[in-house]
Design a protein around this ligand. Structure first.
Ligand code: HDD
Length: 743
């Protein structure tokens, strides 16, 4: 039972174990050694991938993994602890002795076990996986992940909201972070993006202002994880460059169904560089294989109460169940000359490069297949930095990106306690690290020898410069004045906002209007609302009119434009609508509620349950109380009640046949509300036989508002007629044709 095998070797066999005594392996009230290790191991078996001690990241985490199964409790110095219940006292009723080093160590460590949360993106969830390259991209880049067909590079990916604190809810209306750390053999590359391809501001100089405006207002610390307040809208209404981003933020993009069903974007224009030193501009796009799916706002709000960890749980459970989330990486590649010809500036992060101008070429896929072992050690301590790039990739002069290069490294120094955060296992590269940087807080590396400078002769000149093998910045010729200012095309604040608006489906446009109305209704100062609408007048008359109408104000005059120049609005771009990404029709990890009560058709339930499981979905039997319900000669076990797991936590609902069961369910207000929410959130509903009566009782119309058949409402006489239709509807995006107001 070596307590620390690495150390024990230095002192011989006797030092390997704490002295064993009668109480070294206590008889359980807790698990025995073998059951404890099983419990630990089973925690991971769902991932289907490495168990404890195995790691995609090629071993740099193995070194520090700890597993207490079968081990004796010790102090941090490895001293076995005899009694973990009682402090050391002078007499049983006397004071505690200052010498109780065991108590003091335990309390001291506890007192310091929190670190500052991220200044933005504090709330997040992460997973391990890999990036698999389709074809060599050596024509464009020498970056290691793109070198060979089929090459896999380990990754760690963290998703996040922006504004909320570490314990805030997942489903806030917010941008989502999409940060990918590639552990390449040429060093770590962090692609720190968002689920929206544009940003609020053009210059890093404004980032602290933006964040101060959106975070809880400093005098009273409200609101949490919400942009619907005065300081945020005050700021953005005075920053017309944010208009394009505001439309994205008010759209369904800001309330994704899950991390697995949202796009990701590198946002900025980057450079790729090949072996010959030639460069192309590049934009990075992640597209989810499962399609892009969002929540309804009403649903997002209710989920916030029912399960604040909704996205974290979804990601964790999908991976545990083997439904590994996947995205395809696409690149938009364009030359400097092409960039010159665009009506917008590719260095302006408030602009996209429309896919009609430069197509997105798929180059590889991202698969997340393993949950972290420890949230703090991995998800919390991971440090993404835009400065982490590798040979073959380079920055552009985008002034937002330029500021980020500094900010991320800088913030980790206070967040993670010093300049050695790169040594924290989750941040440590797979590539070897050799340099003359030394010391600092929490230094782990034991650098040998007396040489910590370069050039040197005493160390044989090592470590030596890599020359052409190493990172080389693109040699861009620049002959310019040193100025504070912006290039001319940055003054176009509206043409792409109009493009985005015109590219949305009618339902998406409705949701954007609702988003603005909700947020601005929360704003207290009328002049701020007015100013926002004056920005929208420059985007689209009907948008400004609808929002003004919702706010009960007249449409104000347009906000003055920063440039007299007429910036053309391109033809609508289908790629900007979420409807363009329906997904692969899979029902994997989708949650289906099957409502049962005494008298439910057991055979029907069993066949539906089996079919859903076979497709990878997650069926749950819900009822009015826990425990068995009698269902035609067999007992069905209710797993949760409709109040504990309300409708918003499910992607579809099915009510099996059975007259008594239907009667019981129809008499329960919670069940009717459950069905109404499924309906108003445009989710599939299957009712079989007698259960059809519930639709009427819940006031659910059988056809769409325009009289057409509702494809997501499946009413059948027998279960076997409805299973395939439910599964089909579950695999499709929600059809918003059902939306009525009020529902
Ligand atoms: Fe940032 C975190 C994404 C602009 C400064 N940012 C952070 C994270 C993401 C982004 C995904 C969380 C990473 C994680 O999971 O740990 N940020 C973006 C994108 C931007 C952007 C896509 C614009 C295109 N950010 C931006 C600017 C600055 C920062 C302009 C500063 C000048 N961002 C930070 C930060 C954070 C951060 C303060 C907080 C925690 C951290 O870095 O590690 O440095």
């Amino acid at each position: 039972m070596p307590s620390n095998p690495a150390k024990a070797g230095e002192y011989g066999e006797r030092a390997r174990c704490p002295a064993t005594g009668a109480t070294a392996e206590p008889a359980s009230p807790l698990a025995t050694a073998s059951t404890a290790s099983e419990a630990n191991a089973s925690d991971k078996t769902g991932s289907g991938v490495p168990g404890l001690g195995e790691n995609h990241v090629g071993g740099n985490l193995d070194r520090v993994r700890a597993d207490a199964s079968g081990q004796v409790l010790t102090t941090n110095q490895g001293v076995a602890i005899a009694d973990n219940q009682n402090s050391l006292k002078i007499g049983l009723r006397g004071p505690t002795a200052l010498e109780d080093f065991i108590l003091r160590e335990k309390i001291t460590h506890f007192d310091h076990e929190r670190i500052p949360e991220r200044v933005v993106h504090a709330r997040g969830s992460a997973a391990h996986g890999y990036f698999e390259n389709y074809q060599p991209l050596s024509q464009f880049t020498r970056a290691a992940p793109f070198a060979k067909a089929g090459k896999r590079t380990p990754v760690f990916v963290r998703f996040s909201t922006v504004a909320g604190e570490r314990g805030s809810l997942d489903t806030a209306r917010d941008v989502r972070g999409f940060a990918v750390k590639f552990y390449t053999e040429e060093g770590n590359w962090d692609l720190v993006g968002n689920n929206i391809p544009v940003f609020f501001i053009q210059d890093a100089m404004k980032f602290p202002d933006l964040v101060h405006a959106v975070k809880p207002e400093p005098h009273h610390g409200m609101p949490q994880a919400a942009s619907a307040h005065d300081t945020y809208w005050d700021f953005v209404s005075l920053m017309p460059e944010s208009t394009h981003m505001l439309l994205w933020q008010m759209s369904d993009r800001a309330i994704p169904r899950s991390y697995r069903t949202m796009q990701g974007f590198g946002v900025h224009t980057f450079r790729l560089i090949n072996d010959q030193g030639e460069s192309v501009f590049c934009k990075f796009h992640w597209t989810p294989v499962a399609g892009t799916h969002s929540l309804a706002w009403d649903e997002a709000v209710k989920i916030g109460g029912a399960d604040p960890d909704f996205h974290r749980r979804d990601l964790w459970e999908a991976i545990e169940a083997g439904a590994y989330p996947e995205w395809e990486l696409g690149l938009q590649l364009f030359s400097e000359e092409q960039a010159e010809s665009f009506d917008f500036d590719v260095l302006d992060a408030t602009k996209i490069v429309p896919e009609e101008l430069v197509p997105v070429v798929p180059v590889g896929k991202l698969v997340l297949d393993r949950n972290p072992d420890n949230f703090f050690a991995e998800t919390e301590q991971v440090a993404f930095c835009t400065a982490h790039i590798i040979p073959g990739i380079d920055f552009s002069n985008d002034p937002l990106l330029q500021g980020r290069i500094h900010s991320y490294v800088d913030t980790q120094i206070s967040r993670l306690g010093g300049p050695n955060f790169h040594e924290i296992p989750i941040n440590a590269p797979l590539a070897p690290v050799h340099n003359n940087q030394r010391d600092g807080m929490h230094r782990q590396t034991i650098a040998r020898g007396r040489v910590a400078y370069e050039p040197n002769s005493l160390g044989g000149g090592c470590p030596f410069q890599a020359g052409a093998r190493g990172f080389t910045s693109f040699a861009q010729p620049i002959a310019e004045d040193k100025v504070r200012g912006k290039p001319e095309k940055f003054a176009d604040h509206y043409s792409q906002a109009t493009l985005f608006w015109r590219s949305q489906s009618p339902a998406e446009q409705r949701h954007i209007v609702n988003g603005f109305c909700f947020e601005l209704t929360r704003v207290q100062v009328p002049a701020i609302r007015q100013r926002v609408v004056s920005l929208l007048v420059n985007v689209a008359d009907e948008l400004a009119l609808a929002v003004a109408d919702g706010l009960g104000i007249a449409v104000p005059p347009p906000a003055p434009k920063a440039s007299e120049r007429d910036f053309p609005v391109p033809a609508p771009s289908p790629a900007l609508s979420l409807t363009s990404y329906p997904g692969d029709g899979s029902i994997k990890a989708k949650r289906v509620a099957i409502l049962v009560a005494d008298g439910a058709d057991a055979a029907g339930v069993v066949s539906l349950y089996g079919a859903l499981l076979a497709g990878g979905a997650v069926p749950r039997l819900l009822g009015l109380r826990l425990g068995p319900v009698a269902a035609e000669g067999r007992a069905l076990e209710v797993e949760a009640t409709v109040s504990a797991l309300p409708s918003v936590l499910f992607d579809a609902v099915a009510v099996p046949d059975g007259a008594d069961a239907a009667q019981t369910l129809a008499n329960a207000g919670t069940v009717l509300e459950f069905l109404r929410d499924q309906y108003r959130h445009c989710k599939p509903i299957l009712v079989v036989g007698a259960a059809g009566a519930l639709l009427d009782k819940a006031g659910i119309p059988l056809t769409l508002p325009d009289g057409a058949a509702d494809p997501a409402l499946v009413q059948v006489a027998a279960m076997d007629q409805g299973v395939a239709a439910l599964i089909d509807a579950l695999g499709r995006p929600r059809d918003h044709a059902r939306e009525t107001d009020p529902p």
